[in-house]
Design a protein around this ligand. Structure first.
Ligand SMILES: [Fe+2]
Length: 216
């Protein structure tokens, strides 16, 4: 097994896989994704192998409850942005969550520290990738509009630091499938004027990062 299959070393394991949306459809998706990741030799190939499954996920209107498509006032992302956990692996090596961004709102510039896929389920977004340049700020690498069904890969360190903003009149919902417990790892936001990273943990609206008796 290759190193990239390893779990998140900074977080203690959960007692079991956690399905916040527990349906045969979601369980079958996760099982298929895991099988394809096991066959992959590196993150890029893993993203290619799971892409057809992810495209299906984005096109199906029935599997994601309405609640997981709502903003959240108490969000760790700020701006009422809802980050709703759908599934995470007990060893924290995989998470599936929705990110809900109201019309006109945007995330801070941030990283994920994990490879994976991100795609639009509802509404439209502009996605901007940045390269932090020490002492100089953030260099815009690319900006592109995203419609429902569009998705892209995150492959750190090259493609990781980004920001999304909702461009539709309706709230946007994007789906994230990433190779860590993204809401619970300590990652970074980046100051727009200096490019300086700041420690950041977004959390989830509907799940804790604590594990039994330990708080991480
Ligand atoms: Fe992101």
């Amino acid at each position: 097994m290759c190193d990239f299959h390893a779990s998140s070393p900074s977080l203690p394991p959960l007692a079991a896989d956690e399905y916040k949306v527990d349906s045969p459809w979601v369980r079958a998706f996760v099982k298929d994704v895991r099988g394809r990741i096991e066959r992959a030799e590196d993150p890029q190939l893993a993203c290619e192998l799971i892409s057809p499954l992810f495209a299906e996920l984005l096109s199906d209107r029935d599997w994601l409850p309405a609640h997981y498509q709502e903003p959240a006032a108490e969000s760790g992302m700020g701006g009422g942005i809802g980050q709703w956990l759908i599934f995470r692996a007990a060893d924290r090596s995989l998470s599936l969550f929705s990110l809900v961004v109201s019309s006109g709102a945007m995330t801070p510039v941030h990283d994920h520290l994990a490879w994976g896929l991100v795609g639009i389920y509802r509404g439209t977004q502009d996605e901007e990738f940045y390269r932090p340049v020490a002492g100089l700020g953030l260099e815009l690498v690319r900006r592109r509009p995203l419609d429902p069904g569009d998705f892209y890969a995150l492959l750190p360190p090259r493609d990781d630091v980004h920001r999304v903003r909702t461009t539709s009149d309706e709230t946007s919902v994007s789906i994230h499938l990433l190779a860590n417990d993204t809401g619970c790892v300590w990652r970074h936001t980046y100051a727009e004027d200096t490019g300086e990273p700041q420690p950041f943990r977004s959390g989830y609206v509907n799940a804790a990062c604590s594990n039994g008796n330990s708080v991480v």
